[in-house]
Design a protein around this ligand. Structure first.
Ligand SMILES: C[S@@+](CC[C@H](N)C(=O)[O-])C[C@H]1O[C@@H](n2cnc3c(N)ncnc32)[C@H](O)[C@@H]1O
Length: 251
């Protein structure tokens, strides 16, 4: 498939969803509660914000000043539209930017937030590269896929080997962030509802409509098959893996 066509189909499939990855309002607020002294002077950078489900929770759950970045301009436009609608553009601004080359000055932020997006660069690379953006003793909150149980069934293991071979047990993730120079303030698994209610359920509806719109297009049906497989794997094997929310302090 030509790269432009693949990108267009991918974003068509993900358009109109409340969020672009697993997560929930409750989980975002729970993680925010682990960060000390968040107030009107707190400067937050939300990396890989998507349409900003978690950004808006952060904005409404605190008085912090937030810059949110994503590479996909329609997501950024949607979040800025929502900020205008809510009358909070004085403390929430979304920008198109690549997490691989963020050009903010050193020490610009007290808190870096990254839900369901650090996998794009890898946890170690993200934590290492973004650290200069944090003030001394600044915090990072992120979610990352982890194994929850050893010896997942072969079909589940093969899926993750292909889709995200960097997945590891939660204990190994915690060790890795420690080795990157971060102290874990707290961590917890996302509940199953954070995968289903706001993510896979609306995605399944999108998927069915997408298939119907592209009935005779083999490439679109193949993309739909891949996405369906991800949902089916979750239904069958979600006890073996999940997302862990980590709140870290740089030291
Ligand atoms: C799985 S989605 C998560 C979005 C949102 N945080 C959420 O949980 O709903 C990952 C996001 O990362 C963005 N992304 C991918 N590569 C990126 C990059 N290099 N720099 C910035 N954003 C990127 C995608 O456009 C997408 O919005």
């Amino acid at each position: 498939m030509a790269p432009d066509r693949a990108t267009a189909l991918f974003f068509e499939l993900f358009t109109g969803l409340p969020r672009q990855g697993p997560g929930s309002t409750e989980s975002t607020l729970r993680a925010l509660g682990l960060v000390p002294d968040v107030g009107p002077r707190t400067r937050v950078l939300d990396i890989g914000c998507g349409t900003g489900a978690q950004t808006l929770v952060l904005a409404q759950g605190s008085r912090a000043r937030i810059v949110a970045v994503d590479t996909h301009p329609p997501f950024v436009d949607a979040l800025n539209r929502e900020a205008r609608r809510l009358g909070i553009t004085d403390r929430l601004e979304a920008r198109v930017a690549d997490m691989r080359s963020l050009d903010f000055p050193d020490g610009s932020f007290d808190l870096i937030w990254c839900e369901g997006a650090i996998y794009n660069v890898g946890v170690e690379a993200g934590l290492r590269d973004w650290r200069r953006l944090l003030r001394r003793d600044g915090h990072v909150a992120l979610t990352e896929a982890c194994w929850r149980k050893p010896e997942p069934p072969a079909e589940c293991a093969a899926f993750w080997r292909r889709e995200y071979p960097a997945i590891r047990p939660t204990s190994a993730l915690l060790e890795a962030v420690g080795a990157c120079g971060y102290e874990t303030v707290g961590h917890f698994p996302l509940p199953a509802s954070a995968w289903w209610d706001d993510y896979y359920l609306p995605l399944q509806d999108n998927l069915n409509a997408f298939r119907a719109r592209h009935l005779d297009e083999a490439d679109a049906q193949e993309l739909a098959d891949q996405c369906q497989q991800e949902i089916d794997i979750w239904h069958a094997f979600s006890e073996f893996y999940g997302y862990e929310f980590l709140v870290l302090r740089a030291h």
